[in-house]
Each structure stands twice: as C-alpha cells, then as structure tokens.
Design a protein around this ligand. Structure first.
Ligand code: HEM
Ligand code: HEM
Length: 330
C-alpha cells in the first residue's frame, strides 16, 4: 500500500520532469547531453583549483584526492580519508553530473555547487585549511593572480571567486553517450537482451520511483529503509540534520546512478561493496522484494550501461609557488 502510493506519487512527478526536458514521458529516465560551457576561461581556472593540493593545509589533498576523475569522481573508499588521515563519517559521492542534483551533500545542506565548494577547504577532516590561508596561497602565486585578474578583472583573489571557478569546472563534468542513452535515443542495438530485461525489471519493480530523470536519481530525498529499517553503524541521520524535522530522519538524497559501475562502494555509509549487494539491499528495504540471483544480475547488467563518456582533458599544469608562498603545514 505504502509502496504503491509512493510509486504513484513519483510517477506523477516523473511525468512533470519528462515534460520539463522536452521529451515525451514514456520513459522515466532521459538521456543527457554534453555540458555547454558558458565561460571556458572560468572553468579552466576551476580545473586548476580542483587539482591544486595547495588549497589544503598539508599541501597533499585536492578535490581530486577524494573525487578522483580517473575513478568515476570518487575515492572508491567506504568513507574518505582527509587531513591527518582523518577517516570521514560518510562516503564521498561522485562529482560527475553533480550539477543535476537538487542540492549538494547526502543531506542537501548546500544549495548548489558554489555553496558546496567552500566546505571541504575549511573542513578539518577534509582539507583542514581556512579560506583566508587558501586565498593567501593563491595570492602569492603570480601566475594565479594574473589568471584570476583575466577572469574576474580584479587584483585581489577572493574565496567567492575560488568557489565560483571550481563550480564552473564541475558543471563541465557531465557524462553523455552511455550505452543506455544511445538505446533511449533509438539505437536498439546499444543494449543486449539481458540488459534490456534488467531495465524492464528496474522499471517494473519500482526502482524508478526514486531513481528517475536524466541523472537516474539526484532529484529527491527519500527514506533509506521504506519497508524495512536499514541497519548501519553510521551516525548520519540525513535530511533531518538540515530541516530539524523528525519525519526527515534517515532521508537521504537519492544518489544518481549514472556511472554507478565506477562509484563503489555504495550508500552513504559505503557499506555495500558491490552492485549486487546494493541491488539486494534496495530491493529488500525499499520495495520489500527479494530478487533471484538471475534478476539481480540482470539489474546489475542494466546499471552498468549507465556509464557515460568520462571527462577527458589535458591534465592542468599548475603554476609554481613563489618564494613568498606559505609552505604546507604538518
Ligand atoms: C561531497 C566537491 C573536496 C569528501 C561533495 C559534493 C561535491 C564535492 C560536489 C556533493 C556531491 C553530492 O552531494 O552528490 C568537492 C570539491 C572539493 C572537494 C569541489 C575541493 C574543493 C573533498 C575532499 C574530500 C571530500 C578533499 C575528502 C577528504 C567528500 C565527502 C562528501 C563530499 C565525504 C559527502 C559529504 C556529505 O554528504 O556529508 N564534494 N569536494 N571532498 N565530498 Fe567533496
Ligand atoms: C541508493 C539502486 C530502489 C532510494 C541506491 C544505490 C543503488 C540503488 C545502486 C547506491 C548508489 C550509490 O551509493 O552511489 C536501486 C535499485 C532499486 C532502488 C536497483 C530497485 C530495486 C529505490 C527506491 C528508493 C530508493 C524505491 C526510494 C524509496 C535510494 C536512496 C539511496 C539509494 C535514498 C541512498 C541511500 C543511502 O545511501 O542511505 N539505490 N534503488 N532506491 N536509493 Fe535506490
């Protein structure tokens, strides 16, 4: 009963989001297109900052340490390792396609990528720095000062500019042309029969109630444990940390399933090591379904068709520190 009403409610919202993307709403998932960069110079600066470990106290940790673009925009760890080998409380979600999220973080506490980007630099358990020190480092590097001036027109680097540039780079991290997208657009040979049957199961079992839209998720908060409580050692309580509402306890942002083959381990606590486990858990606790091994394998085969073109660019070469640049701190 509860699942049915959930499915119906979400089916209505799917129809709306399908229309918003100018597609007919026959399929609950829509293809994505490559990102169009409005301001390439801004995104290029953001790319450098994304890879620059000098924005961390130790001089060792960059955004790419935990959101490694060679590994699906994640660290493939249960929970991230930050400054002083601090083991974080939560799994690092992918930055790929994160511009499509309703908000950022598992609990949605940052409204957008720009609001998010200031967080890790000053988080003691992540990059362990302060915004002032990060700006001091950049301001001491002549080539950065020149590049900020070219992009923003002023001589003084600000944290606003830093987060704006990083967000602009992240907006380029969209992964089009997955085999599933090709199939959606009419290339029926892009998937094999096994994968198509996995998609049918994914739809008909009700996974699309929460994993829908162009990002196959990322657009709502849902309870982790609809039918059966989720057992975890993690202390994260999800959305209620932001809203203060008891009803939002254990509601998490539904993750995008694009590139999910690359973004293991799964769930906010990173407890599911494999897609097989994640699918088993989702079926059981969200939908009250026990999939056979064959059904599980078909859904997993479908999920693996969601891997798109990964970001592809020349590694940015970072401008060297000057004699005045503050040095990394232990
Ligand atoms: C979350 C970007 C540095 C670990 C996120 C999200 C984005 C992001 C966009 C939200 C994704 C989503 O909600 O779907 C960045 C950028 C960084 C950076 C631009 C550099 C300025 C780091 C570092 C670490 C890290 C160095 C590890 C030490 C995490 C974790 C989360 C997260 C654990 C989830 C936190 C939560 O939801 O409470 N990051 N990140 N990030 N990032 Fe980063
Ligand atoms: C997470 C698949 C049904 C809500 C996930 C993940 C996978 C997945 C692979 C892990 C993604 C990651 O960590 O990056 C499926 C499949 C389903 C299904 C195959 C059908 C059998 C649902 C339904 C809902 C839902 C019906 C909503 C009622 C969520 C949420 C998370 C999640 C909230 C994050 C949970 C957390 O980490 O605490 N799903 N899902 N899923 N899914 Fe599903």
């Amino acid at each position: 009963q509860r699942i049915l009403s959930l499915t119906l409610a979400v089916a209505a919202s799917i129809a709306v989001s399908g229309a918003a993307y100018g597609l007919d709403s026959k399929e609950p998932i829509q293809p994505i297109a490559a990102a169009k960069t409005k301001n390439p110079a801004l995104a290029e600066l953001g790319k450098k900052l994304y890879f620059d470990a000098r924005l961390s106290k130790s001089g060792f940790i960059s955004c790419n340490s935990c959101h490694n673009l060679s590994m699906g925009g994640t660290d493939n760890l249960k929970t991230s390792i930050g400054d002083h080998w601090h083991e974080g409380p939560i799994n690092a979600p992918t930055v790929l396609n994160s511009s499509m999220n309703v908000a950022q973080f598992w609990d949605g506490r940052a409204a957008d990528l720009k609001a998010q980007a200031g967080g890790p630099i000053a988080n003691p358990g992540e990059m362990g720095f302060t915004h002032k020190l990060a700006v001091d480092v950049l301001q001491s590097i002549p080539a950065y000062v020149a590049e900020f001036k070219m992009v923003f027109g002023s001589d003084q680097v600000t944290i606003e500019e830093v987060t704006k540039a990083i967000a602009a780079f992240e907006e380029t991290l969209v992964t089009p042309n997955s085999r599933f997208d090709k199939w959606l657009k009419g290339d029926k040979k892009a998937l094999n029969a096994n994968e198509v049957s996995g998609y049918k199961l994914f739809k008909e079992s009700g996974c699309v109630a929460c994993h829908n839209g162009p990002a196959v998720g990322g657009n709502s908060y849902q309870k982790m444990g609809v039918v059966e409580a989720y057992k975890t050692a993690s202390k994260a309580e999800g959305r209620s940390a932001v809203t203060g509402k008891d009803a939002d306890r254990f509601n998490f942002k539904v993750p995008t399933l694009r590139n999910v083959e690359l973004t293991y381990p799964y769930f906010h606590d990173g407890e599911a090591a494999t897609l097989k486990q994640a699918v088993e858990t989702m079926g059981r606790i969200q939908l009250g379904k026990k999939f056979s091994d064959d059904e599980n394998a078909r859904i997993v085969a479908f999920l693996k068709t969601l891997t798109g073109d990964q970001p592809s660019f020349k590694l940015p070469i970072l401008p060297p520190s000057s004699d005045l640049t503050p040095r990394p701190q232990p």
